[in-house]
Design a binder for this molecule. Structure first.
Ligand code: 13P
Length: 254
């Protein structure tokens, strides 16, 4: 058993209006009030951030965004900056989600800047990495992960690795109901930790939290969390219902 505190993070993606978010938070804050030994992060759309922050006040729930631009301000129509998020009390930001890489052309060079600027803004980056089905079939998983880690972490200052959370999300497992087996997730996350040790030393790599994401549900979270190197989960579909997400958060207690 590691002494890394687990993190259960929910990525709402493009779901929930403000009224839906209000109803969700009323129910969810009650359900997780007694959650122990775990960090909880809720990542709603930009439109709900302040409201969810207010609803989470006084609880242990952290509030994260799902993306941010690397520039502090500028003529970038439709974008939101890290200082803007920091000023409203946002503590976390998901960066490099595969949906952003796939549909919005986000690349490792952008991510290197985003990760570094998030740290500068005192917002914790949750950097997502993961391979496609074809890459896994072709035996290219480790190569892909290595290049995403080297790329996404290229600009961080010495000593900052442990301020970052890594989320391993195999693309073939996202929204497909095809969860990686605990064995595959553990093996791959172990490889990510070794790669980080090669880049930043074993001590820092031993402290960094690495989450698994991809069809995490109340009925598979415990088996995933039983693995040594898996430090939590980044949950999509199953975080949208407060009852399901609270069961995942309280996997130790049920
Ligand atoms: P699902 O849990 O719906 O597979 O989504 C995972 C994910 O993309 C979380 O960021």
């Amino acid at each position: 058993m590691s002494d890394r505190t687990p993190i259960i993070a929910g990525n709402w993606k493009m779901y929930k209006t403000n009224s839906e978010a209000a109803a969700y938070m009323t129910e969810f804050t009650g359900l997780v009030a007694d959650a122990a030994g775990v960090e909880i992060v809720v990542c709603p759309p930009f439109t709900c951030l302040e409201q969810v922050r207010d609803a989470a006040a006084g609880s242990k729930i952290r509030v994260g965004a799902q993306n941010a631009h690397f520039q502090p301000e500028g003529a970038y129509t439709g974008e939101v900056s890290l200082p803007m998020l920091a000023e409203i009390g946002i503590t976390d930001v998901i960066l490099g989600h595969s949906e952003r890489r796939q549909y919005f052309c986000e690349n490792d060079a952008d991510l290197a800047l985003k990760v570094d600027r998030a740290l500068v803004a005192s917002i914790r980056p949750i950097l997502c990495v993961g391979e496609t089905d074809a890459e896994r079939e072709a035996g290219k998983t480790m190569e892909k992960l290595k290049s995403q880690l080297a790329g996404g972490l290229a600009a961080i200052d010495e000593g900052r690795l442990t301020d970052i959370v890594i989320a391993y999300e195999p693309i073939w497992a996202i929204g497909t109901g095809k969860t990686a087996t605990p064995g595959i997730a553990e093996e791959t996350i172990g490889f990510i930790r070794e790669t980080l040790a090669g880049m930043h030393g074993a001590e820092a790599a031993g402290r960094v939290r690495i989450l698994y994401g991809g069809s995490v549900k109340p009925d598979n979270i415990s088996a995933l969390m039983a693995e040594d190197d898996i430090d939590g989960a980044l949950v999509g579909g199953a975080c949208l219902a407060p009852a399901d997400f609270s069961q995942i958060v309280k996997y130790k207690q049920v």
